[in-house]
Design a protein around this ligand. Structure first.
Ligand code: 1HE
Length: 269
């Protein structure tokens, strides 16, 4: 069901560059600056941060989309020219805080990618947990051509999806990947027909929101950190996380349901 979303109320409703709506345990957050191709200015960075640290308690997963013909054109270049070096560092750190609020927030985020997913747009996409691309999606890192560098977490996140060589090529040569290449490189996990991304993402988000919260927490918080650790350290942390998750009531209820043949089997999809 994708038609059952109702506009958020309270402080989230006041954010003018985002459109936020809710349907049960799924929130839909839409970048809402289509005339500028959802280019991210300082206000939009701040509004993303505010949103992801203030999600209503009933939300168990988020779908993030862009309005208009593109997901996101990246950094709003019109704000770049007047910044000093010191302001540039602090500006980058505001992006890091907002992207961290997405990646290491309370609930998983499914991004729907269409049209341009470029520069900071790809950095936002890389902060999400699952990416659904429509056929129209294409990926670029034009920072190299603009005389700048990624500043929204791209150098840390994009290579973890697509590899350092792929990101180096994109930045040095301006190479643009289409949706099929993005899928092959790990920039998205799904490709669907144009116009079908939101339906697919909501279907995935509802499944995610149905998981035990502590399992989702472990996947979001422990998995990327363990992947960055040495194997012995990772295995140690895994054992702690596994024991914590197993000890939770939600795990006990779910395992008992399976043993009593009340829960679904794992089946081919
Ligand atoms: C913008 C921006 C923007 C569009 N900043 N205003 N990002 C880029 O280098 C990508 C730059 N944008 C583009 O290549 C194209 O705009 C698109 C391929 C995304 C879309 O093309 P199109 O033909 O649909 O739209 P358009 O006519 O180019 O743009 C419509 C308007 O949006 C226009 O403004 P208008 O006042 O003339 O109507 C554009 O100027 C405006 N616009 N993109 C500002 N990015 C934390 S560090 C991250 C570093 C980066 O992200 S660098 C990459 C920046």
């Amino acid at each position: 069901m994708t038609d059952s979303f109702t506009p958020a109320t309270g402080p989230l409703a006041a954010l003018d560059l985002l459109e936020i709506s809710l349907s049960g345990a799924v929130a839909h957050v839409r970048l809402n600056r289509p005339a500028k191709r959802n280019a991210i200015n300082d206000t939009l960075v701040a509004q993303l941060h505010t949103t992801f640290i203030n999600l209503p308690a009933e939300v168990g997963a988020v779908v993030l989309t862009g309005s208009g013909s593109h997901f996101c054109a990246g950094l709003d270049l019109s704000e770049l020219s007047e910044r000093s070096v010191a302001e540039g560092v602090l500006h980058s750190r505001t992006w890091h805080a907002a992207m961290d609020a997405i990646q290491f927030g309370r609930v998983p985020v499914v991004a729907v990618l269409h049209g341009a997913v470029v520069g900071g747009g790809l950095e936002i996409a890389a902060s999400c947990h699952v990416r659904v691309a429509e056929t129209s999606a294409y990926y670029g890192l034009p920072e190299g051509q603009r005389g700048i560098f990624v500043g929204g977490g791209g150098s840390a996140r994009v290579p973890r999806l697509a590899g350092v060589a792929c990101m180096t090529d994109m930045m040095l040569t301006g190479r643009v990947l289409d949706s099929a290449e993005g899928l092959a490189r790990g920039l998205s996990q799904y490709v669907v027909a144009d116009g079908m991304g939101f339906i697919k993402a909501v279907e995935l988000a509802r499944k995610i929101a149905g998981n035990a919260p502590l399992s989702n927490f472990a996947v979001m918080q422990a998995l990327p950190r363990i992947a960055d650790m040495s194997q012995p350290d990772g295995l140690f942390v895994e054992s702690l996380m596994a024991a914590i998750a197993q000890g939770d009531d939600a795990a006990k209820v779910r395992v008992r349901a399976f043993l009593e043949k009340r829960a679904g089997k794992v089946e081919k999809q």
